[in-house]
Ligand binder design. Sequence first.
Ligand SMILES: Nc1ncnc2c1ncn2[C@@H]1O[C@H](COP(=O)(O)OP(=O)(O)O)[C@@H](O)[C@H]1O
Ligand SMILES: [Mg+2]
Length: 239
Amino acid sequence: MTRIDPRTAVVSDRLAGVQRIIGVTGSKGGIGKSVVASLLALSLADRGVRVGLFDLDFTSPSDHVVLGADRRFPDEEFGIDPHRVEGIDMMSVAFFAGDAPVPLRGDAATNALLELLAITRWSDLDVLVLDMPPGLGDTNLDVIRLLPRLEFLLVGNGSRVVIESVRRALTLFAELEVPMVGLLENMHRGTSTAIADLAAAHRVCFLGSIPYDETLEEALGDAASLRQTAVYAGVPTLD
Ligand SMILES: Nc1ncnc2c1ncn2[C@@H]1O[C@H](COP(=O)(O)OP(=O)(O)O)[C@@H](O)[C@H]1O
Ligand SMILES: [Mg+2]
């Protein structure tokens, strides 16, 4: 289907002015992908990096909640313009869908992804951060296929229910030869070195451990408070 889909050609044109595309991904939900993606974008913007943030979790978009973005409908003329939020160019299905649920699967998920990639008018960016949906399903495989320049930043944590799936993700990305920014541990508690050890075993860069931060919940939606959190302090600088 995609070989004859004109949107695939449009996608690379739309992203021609973007230097790096970094997918913040994880093998499970609830491990902090959205918070990490949003605060990575915020910290890059604060340091003068031209950054975009694209929420690709269509069924549960959350970056607009993390950053406190209005859900205004995007401006439209020969495509749609991202919103500007705290110096970040931001796009999310939440800007279109209001409170309506967006249940998508299979081809519908791929179509929504292609459509948004094809119509969004990104300006010249140093980094476009993609906030990926949980798991290793359709959208993750689609962006790997559609965006040859993609690099993944994998978020994990040291819980025994997560480690196994982080290992699977590392194996899959190695098999698919996706370039890796590295593995970042989030919500670190105690003294476990399981995630750092996994990074070493799979020869990917270990990007550090972000501790569990009780103040995060209160800080959501307010950039000044977010800048005081352990997540903001712990996201990688990408230098
Ligand atoms: N380092 C942290 N300390 C405390 N709470 C966190 C941390 N990282 C994420 N959270 C919280 O965990 C929950 C899930 O985070 P979220 O970014 O939505 O995960 P995901 O995108 O992987 O599903 C949210 O309530 C978020 O505020
Ligand atoms: Mg999320």
